[in-house]
Design a protein around this ligand. Structure first.
Ligand code: NAD
Length: 351
């Protein structure tokens, strides 16, 4: 099992170091190799996704990714900015299904801005299509109309096969959980989304055990705040998923706790925390490494089929939280916060 480790920028190196320590402690036969990406890629090799880094990622069985982003490089042309590395990896590795779990740990219920009874016990999974939709559809652009006014336009576009493959991912994920799948679309207004609903419904016939429901995206956005526990798995397109998954992550209130996975058809995956490079706290040993450690657990489960060690990591995180160990971002007022390394130590001890 070969893991390509891409720490990236800001807090990336600190948090991936802790996840790597946890993986090593499992005593499984991993080969791990590190490479620069994002701002680190640009500074050392002149490109946010250097050729050697992409090659290493392609040759590996999974990628563990920290975060990219470096404000001092924001003046570079768009194609050289650190964030382009993620888009490049998604495209090159055909990572079309983005898994974003949002769960609320009992000890962290207070971190949510919603009432405890609304979020306590929340455990939902949003699957967002990642390589199609209005973000990639052509034609797009800004042109000048006959009256001299400028007009911007983008194209929402999904082929049946693109919808079908992500629908299968959604149903299969629901089969492993509580067997409920909610497909989110805007079929009442958009033709693309009418096709989305038809194809998802047809795929659903192959999964008679899964209860399939449909919601319009505006209602789904509302339901996520009103009664988020009604959901088990949500499957949706790229743009709606982008927005809803960020909304769902904030139900938990703790950006430093949430992992994610982006998978292709062969279960090859890129695993990363949902947060960015947090330049404001980089290098201070205060970042929360748990989202990255939990991303490593997702990697074991989804790319390597190693459910047992994945369960062990997740159980260790729960034990650490139950013991009251907290980094600053999840500490209640009056609690003493530990550093990044100390949180890693606590997870290792619990493991
Ligand atoms: P951010 O997620 O990096 O940070 C937002 C806030 O959350 C900051 O106050 C930060 O200190 C805090 N935070 C984030 N992760 C934390 C952690 N593990 N522990 C404790 N606190 C944490 O978002 P931002 O500030 O908007 O963006 C910073 C850079 O990251 C930008 O360059 C942006 O483009 C990039 N970014 C990268 C990714 C990615 O690599 N996938 C995702 C989002 C943003």
């Amino acid at each position: 099992m070969k893991i390509c480790v891409l720490p990236g920028d800001g807090i990336g190196p600190e948090i991936t170091a802790e996840a790597v320590r946890v993986l090593k402690a499992l005593d499984l036969k991993f080969e791990m190799e590190e490479a620069p990406v994002g701002g680190a890629g640009y500074r050392t090799k002149g490109h946010p996704l250097p050729e050697a880094t992409l090659k290493l990622a392609k040759e590996a069985d999974a990628v563990l990714f920290g975060a990219v982003g470096d404000f001092s490089l924001d003046t570079l042309p768009r194609e050289l900015r650190p964030e382009q590395a993620i888009l490049g990896l998604r495209k090159e590795l055909n990572l079309f299904a983005n898994f974003r779990p949002a769960m609320v740990y009992p000890e962290l219920v207070h971190a949510s801005t919603l009432k405890p009874e609304v979020v306590a016990g929340l455990d939902i999974l949003i699957i967002r299509e990642l390589t199609g939709d209005i973000y990639f559809g052509k034609p797009r652009g800004i042109h000048t109309l006959a009256n001299g006014e400028r007009e911007g336009f983008d194209t929402m576009r999904y082929s049946e096969s693109e919808i079908r493959r992500v629908a299968h991912v959604g149903f299969q994920a629901a089969m492993k959980r509580n067997k409920r799948l909610c497909s989110v679309d805007k079929a009442n207004v958009l033709d693309t989304m009418q096709l989305w609903r038809e194809v998802v419904t047809a795929v659903g016939k192959e999964y008679p055990e899964v209860e399939l429901t449909h919601q319009y995206v505006d209602n789904a956005a509302m339901q996520l705040l009103k009664n988020p526990k009604q959901f088990d798995v949500i499957v949706t397109g790229n743009m709606f998923g982008d927005i809803l998954s960020d909304e769902a992550s904030m139900l938990t209130g703790s950006i430093g706790m949430l992992p994610s996975a982006s998978l292709n058809e062969k279960n090859f995956g890129l695993y990363e925390p949902i947060h960015g490079s947090a330049p404001d706290i980089a290098g201070k040993n205060i970042a929360n490494p748990l989202a990255t450690i939990l991303s490593a657990a997702m990697m074991l489960r989804y790319s390597f089929g190693l459910g047992e060690p994945a369960d062990r990591i997740e159980a260790a995180v729960k034990r650490v939280l139950a013991k009251g160990v907290r980094t600053g971002d999840i500490a209640e007022s009056g609690m003493k916060a530990v550093g990044t390394k100390e949180m890693g130590d606590a997870v290792l001890a619990a493991l």
